[in-house]
Write a protein that binds this ligand. Structure first.
Ligand code: ZN
Length: 230
C-alpha cells in the first residue's frame, strides 16, 4: 500500500498545488487517462508491478460558480485505511488559490465499523481532518462531497464537528432535520443577520444551506446524499 499511499497522499497534492502541467492535463486530457498514466509511471519508476487498469481511475471537472472549478479524481477502490476513494481539487480561477481534499477509507477504532474520513492536505503538507461518517455499506455520493468541500473551500460558516457541541452552550443552535426529524446541533456563535450557514445531518447525511434572518435559520435548499456507488 505504501506506493499507492505516496501517490494519493503525497504526489497528487504536491502536483495539485505546484504543477500547472498536471492541472492542464486533467482538464485537457481528462482525469482517467491522466491519473492512470501518472500512477503507472510512479510504479514503473519503482520497478513495481502495476496492479490497476485504466478503469480503476476516472473523474470529471465542473465549474461550480463564477470563480470555482472542481476536479473530482476517482481512485482505485481502497483496500486499506487510509487509502482514498477519491480526491477533489478546488481552484479559484480568479486568484489561483487551490485546495486538495480526500475521501479516505477509515475504520472506527472502537468497534471496527467502516468509516469514511473527509480530509485534505494543505499546500504546506499538513493533513486536515474535517468530518467522519459511519458508512457501513455505501460510499458518500459525489454531490454531497462536492457540496461539502465547496463549503470548506469557501469557508462558509457552520461546518464544525458535532463532537464539539456535546455540552450545550449559550450559542448552541438546534435545527430539526425535516427529513429524519433528528436534531442537528451546531455552533451559532459568529453568525450574523443575513449570514449563510451549511449544516450536516449526521443521521441521514443531508446537507442544508441555511440563511440567518430575523433571528431564525431558514432552509434555503437541501442536497440529499444519493448513496450512489462510485
Ligand atoms: Zn436528517
Amino acid at each position: 500500500m505504501n506506493i499507492l499511499y505516496e501517490f494519493e497522499h503525497r504526489l497528487l497534492p504536491t502536483w495539485s498545488y505546484r504543477s500547472d502541467q498536471f492541472y492542464n492535463d486533467l482538464i485537457n486530457i481528462g482525469e482517467k487517462k491522466t491519473l492512470y498514466t501518472a500512477a503507472k509511471n510512479v510504479y514503473d519508476s519503482q520497478k513495481m508491478e502495476f496492479p490497476f487498469t485504466e478503469e480503476d481511475f476516472g473523474g470529471f471537472h465542473v465549474r461550480l460558480d463564477v470563480d470555482t472549478v472542481v476536479a473530482l479524481l476517482r481512485l482505485p477502490q481502497p483496500q486499506e485505511t487510509p487509502l482514498c476513494y477519491c480526491a477533489f481539487i478546488y481552484m479559484d480561477v480568479n486568484t489561483n488559490r487551490i485546495a486538495y481534499y480526500t475521501l479516505e477509507k477509515g475504520t472506527d477504532p472502537v468497534d471496527g465499523r467502516d468509516m469514511q474520513f473527509l480530509c485534505g492536505w494543505d499546500s504546506e503538507g499538513n493533513h486536515k481532518q474535517y468530518h467522519n461518517f459511519h458508512t457501513d455499506n455505501f460510499r458518500l455520493g459525489d454531490l454531497f462531497l462536492i457540496r461539502y468541500f465547496y463549503a470548506v473551500f469557501r469557508d462558509l460558516k457552520g461546518i464544525k464537528l458535532p463532537d464539539e457541541f456535546k455540552e450545550e452552550k449559550e450559542n448552541t443552535r438546534v435545527l430539526k432535520c425535516p427529513a429524519c426529524q433528528k436534531e442537528i446541533i451546531f455552533d451559532g456563535s459568529d453568525i450574523n443577520e443575513g449570514d449563510r450557514v451549511l449544516v450536516l445531518c449526521d443521521y441521514c447525511l443531508r446537507i442544508y444551506q441555511l440563511k440567518y434572518e430575523n433571528g431564525e435559520f431558514l432552509i434555503e435548499n437541501k442536497i440529499q446524499e444519493d448513496k450512489a456507488q462510485g
